[in-house]
Design a protein around this ligand. Structure first.
Ligand code: PA5
Length: 462
């Protein structure tokens, strides 16, 4: 089970930037009200994501069978999806598949090589097409809205190539669509072309969709244990609904983060000491960043709130960003992700008789990475910098399910404490409209005029 240590959020350990038990006690009514806002709305409106843990076993069995069938037929499995339609699959596949999955020889891999394409740099597309064999490839096109131009463009490019290479009939079988059934351009195309379509529930937002078909379809193909993943998420939901703040990990950490925000901590660092968990920081960055950054609160008051997520990795970033965390502005809270049992073992048996490396003799990378993490936590504490640590027993499907669900509940509680709409993202709309205008999409003529009215001065260009 996920464990939390928030000692170093407390004044008695870190001084001025920490909190007291009395302060927490005083805020209990606010905290309880945030808990009720989230829990009482489970399954309603944009909070359908809380119900994904109740996906019936029969549905999971069907998905697993579907995944096994595709797996048999394919060598390259490609996901096209961006934002919430890519980051969940990326975080889970990176955590749970062999660390060098794609490089393993075929007999040591149960699943096809996988590629999660969440960007549209032409070099990336070219690179993908250079390494996959279209004749042995399947594509999962994921977009909740069915309208995202990045994802649609990737699909259009590949579908044309598939048709040329395999003929129309076979090409159709190579596209698996995950979208909102009954809505959007991709759904219309899928219906017309006869693609296999998986639904994303209407009340499940992109960044809260990892336990929907957005994640489950690729996980089933890649033989990731979806049952344990969902079990882990379920355990986290149970914990997140506890009214005792001393037991509810998502609630207490949401509260401590929001209280820190009010204290000028505008940055939230997520630092896993685990390479398989590296992309958890990307998942968290979108979830925390997009959900909590809002111009106005639920009462229409201008608040411009939010906390900028920073992705870090231990120990790599000890040699990079930790100097900033230690001595830079007092504007950060760091969340450490620790792992008790790395499962792999890397002993250091021979140190070539080098005297000043004696301390490494007979030790292991396991001991070294754990010591490095504890040392960094200690060093930050000494500098009076707030941090808390979440510990996973192991990086397995249950623990990963638990962690992802924890992030979602923590975000929902933080949104409720901030009294904002956690589930919208009005700030990204302007950029989308300007893109359509610049690509001369019909209906965006006025926006194009507005964009072109901005006259750049050559004085400011070198
Ligand atoms: O969280 C969100 O809703 C967004 O970040 C979306 O996931 C992202 O914009 C992609 O949208 P779509 O799945 O509609 O292609």
């Amino acid at each position: 089970m996920l464990k939390l240590d928030y000692n170093f959020m407390m004044k008695e350990h870190i001084g001025a930037h920490g909190f007291t038990v009395e302060e927490i006690q005083k805020d209990l009514p606010k905290i309880q009200s945030a808990l009720r806002t989230v829990v009482d709305n489970s399954g309603k409106g944009w909070q359908e994501w809380t119900e994904l843990v109740n996906t019936p076993k029969k549905e999971l069995d069907e998905l697993t069978a579907f995944g096994a069938d595709i797996r048999k037929k394919c060598e390259h499995f490609v996901v096209f999806g961006i934002g919430g339609s890519g980051l969940g699959p990326l975080a889970v596949a990176s955590a749970l598949l062999h660390f060098r999955h794609n490089e393993l020889p075929i007999e040591r891999r149960n699943a096809p090589k996988y590629y999660i394409e969440d960007n549209i740099d032409p070099n990336r597309m070219q690179g993908l097409l250079d390494v996959i064999d279209l004749k042995k490839a399947y594509f999962n096109v994921i977009t909740k809205s069915g309208e995202t131009s990045e994802t649609l463009s990737q699909f259009f490019i590949v579908y044309e190539l598939l048709k040329k290479s395999l003929g129309e009939k076979e090409a159709r079988t190579r596209i698996i669509v995950t979208t909102t059934i009954g809505k959007g351009t991709l759904y219309e195309i899928a219906k017309k072309e006869g693609f296999r379509v998986f639904d994303i529930g209407k009340g499940v937002g992109g960044r809260f969709s990892v336990f929907s078909n957005v994640g489950l379809v690729p996980f089933a193909v890649l033989e990731i244990d979806v049952y344990s993943l969902i079990e882990g998420a379920k355990a986290s939901r149970v914990n997140s609904e506890l009214s005792d703040i001393q037991k509810n990990i998502a609630l207490i950490t949401a509260y401590l983060q929001v209280k820190s925000m009010a204290n000028g901590k505008n940055i939230s660092v997520l630092m896993p000491y685990s390479d398989p968990l590296k992309f958890m920081a990307d998942f968290y960055a979108q979830l925390w960043g997009e959900s909590l950054a809002k111009e106005v609160d639920n009462d229409g008051k201008k608040v411009n709130c939010g906390q900028s997520p920073v992705k870090a990795l231990g120990t790599t970033d000890q040699h990079s960003q930790v100097q900033l965390f230690m001595e830079g502005p007092f504007d950060k809270v760091t969340t450490f992700l620790a792992v008790s049992d790395y499962t792999a073992n890397a002993p250091i048996n021979d140190i070539l008789g080098v005297e000043n490396c004696d301390f490494l003799k007979g030790r292991s990378l396991n001991e070294l990475i754990s010591a490095q993490m504890k040392a960094t936590i200690f060093a930050l504490k000494k500098q009076g910098r707030p941090s808390f640590t979440l510990t996973l027993d192991q990086v397995n499907a249950f623990a990963v399910g638990e962690l992802l669900q924890y992030f979602m509940y923590q975000t929902a509680f933080a949104g409720a404490l901030l009294n904002i709409d956690t589930y919208n993202q009005p700030g990204v709309e302007e950029g989308k409209k300007a893109t359509f205008a610049m690509m001369n999409r019909k209906g965006y003529e006025d926006k194009l005029k507005e964009v072109e009215a901005v006259k750049l001065k050559s004085d400011y260009m070198i």
